[in-house]
Design a protein around this ligand. Structure first.
Ligand code: PXG
Length: 464
């Protein structure tokens, strides 16, 4: 396949263009050597018996190696918020690759890194105006946790070494992230992890909140669990609390009304930093650039990735309050203030992709489009109430979770079978346990929301 086959210079995001599936794409099927690649977070043996391969993307769609068009109901993996192969992003990456491939980020830099940080800082809530670049959500989480520890140390509060996460939290797959994370499957194979970590309880409360539209009514008081941990460990030992404003990977858990505000208050009271992991919620998913703005709660740090570069080139970032940054800016000026960074922090291709991404969001008003579509989307996903085995439906902005009862003795199987069935019928969704997750690109049209939900409905019925 030549590179020109993959490029989509025309704007294919419009439904009309996307309806022209394989116009410029004729390819002989090719043999793929399946054996050597150990696939991440994948049922490898199942996959290799029946591979699902994408070979092209444009707008709201993928195409498979056997030429089928698939509606993307999850923005790739919650990241392709502007839709696929958008022209400004494609061009920015192509131009950058031709102009300068790499620039060292330690003691050197390139202009686009500064331009991008400036633009990101303008999107984050007021006060979070310093931006540190990484290459993924997982690296951003580690960066934020290390910053929190180092921040307290440079201020002379080095006893604050404890990191607090939340049950059912997902913060990537590195050691800090799985330690503060609260997903059993991500923890149980890996020993004792980072010590001194503790967790507040999760907010999932189907008894009181099942089928809530948007934020659930009940559960603000669950934030008080942080007071319990302060009582147990003492605030002087706690550096930071990290939570996802909306937990994505554990099944779209929307924060109860008032919950995040209460968490903020308790953190303020005890001098604990509040970190929001917005890897999924960042860049328009909830109807604002960040969920912090949707819920009106400003953390001390925001962890981001995914939608920052539209998934086109790996990139993550941590935005922090000026005061956190400034605490490090002491000591002799020729010395490094924060001993942390990656070879590929602020990689030129990633910065170019992110600048193209932010320009696309701005041109098309995408960072607030979920707010316009959320009522329509909510109505669509909640129309699945009453379908067989549907025990809860949760939504906010353009993200929805449909929880199904498990097949006795085979947890996650019903949802996985539905995922496979949807794929056969031309729609890509995600599953976690027995919850189906929908998080389409923000360019989705109403008719495509209908297609997405109707396909899921048919699959749910076929697997009753
Ligand atoms: N934090 C959050 C909140 C995430 O959702 C990460 C950190 C880690 O990002 P990286 O870029 O290191 O993968 C994530 C990642 C899913 C799913 O479908 C979600 C993620 C990754 C894989 C699958 O639930 N989110």
């Amino acid at each position: 396949m030549s590179t020109t086959d993959l490029a989509a210079p025309e704007d294919t995001a419009t439904p009309a263009a996307a309806a022209n599936p394989l116009a410029a794409f004729v390819q002989a099927p090719r043999e793929v050597p399946l054996d050597a690649y150990w696939m991440p977070f994948t049922a490898n043996r199942q996959f290799k018996k029946n591979p699902r391969l994408f070979v092209k993307s444009a707008g709201m769609h993928y195409w498979t190696d056997d030429g089928r068009q698939i509606l993307d109901g999850v923005a790739g993996l919650w990241c392709v918020n502007a839709g696929h192969n958008r022209p400004k992003i494609v061009k920015a990456i192509q131009d950058q690759a031709a102009e300068m491939d790499y620039a060292p980020p330690f003691q050197m830099a390139h202009p686009k890194a500064f331009e991008l940080a400036d633009k990101v800082a303008k999107l984050t809530p007021a006060g979070l105006n310093k931006v540190f670049f990484t290459n993924s959500g997982s690296e951003s989480v580690e960066t934020a946790l290390k910053m929190a520890l180092a921040y307290h140390k440079v201020r002379g509060e080095g006893t604050r070494t404890r990191l607090i996460g939340r049950e059912r939290g997902y913060h990537g797959v590195n050691f800090g992230g799985i330690s503060v994370g609260g997903m059993v499957g991500n923890r149980k194979q890996f020993g004792a992890m980072v010590h001194g970590v503790d967790h507040i309880g999760h907010t999932h409360d189907p008894k009181r909140n099942a089928f809530s539209v948007g934020q659930p009514e009940h559960g603000a008081e669950l934030a008080d669990d942080l007071e319990r941990l302060v009582g147990l460990h003492d605030a002087s030992t706690i550096a930071a609390v990290i939570v996802e404003p909306v937990a994505g990977s554990t099944g779209v858990l929307v924060p109860p009304k008032g919950y995040l505000n209460r968490l903020r208050e308790i953190c303020d009271k005890h001098g604990i930093l509040l970190i929001f992991d917005e890897v999924i919620t960042g860049f328009g998913r909830t109807g604002n650039p960040f969920a912090s703005q949707t819920f009106g709660v400003t953390p001390d740090m925001i962890v981001m990735a995914k939608g920052l570069s539209n998934g086109c080139v790996p990139m993550g970032a941590v935005a922090v309050k000026q005061s956190i940054h400034d605490a490090f800016m002491n000591g002799p000026e020729h010395l490094i203030e924060f001993f942390h960074g990656y070879t590929y922090s602020s990689h030129p291709l990633a910065c170019a992709a992110a600048l193209g991404t932010l320009a696309t969001y701005e041109d098309e008003g995408l960072l607030t489009r979920a707010a316009d579509l959320q009522d329509y989307f909510a109505q669509a996903v909640h129309s699945l109430r009453g379908e067989p085995n549907v025990i809860d439906i949760r939504n906010i902005g353009l993200v929805g979770g449909i929880e199904l009862s498990s097949i006795p003795g085979s947890p996650a199987k019903r949802a996985f079978d539905i995922f496979l069935d949807c794929y056969e019928r031309g729609v890509l969704i995600r599953t976690t346990g027995d919850t189906l997750a929908l998080s389409p690109p923000l360019i989705i049209e109403r008719g495509q929301i209908d297609q997405l939900v109707d396909t899921v409905r048919g699959s749910i019925r076929r697997h009753a």
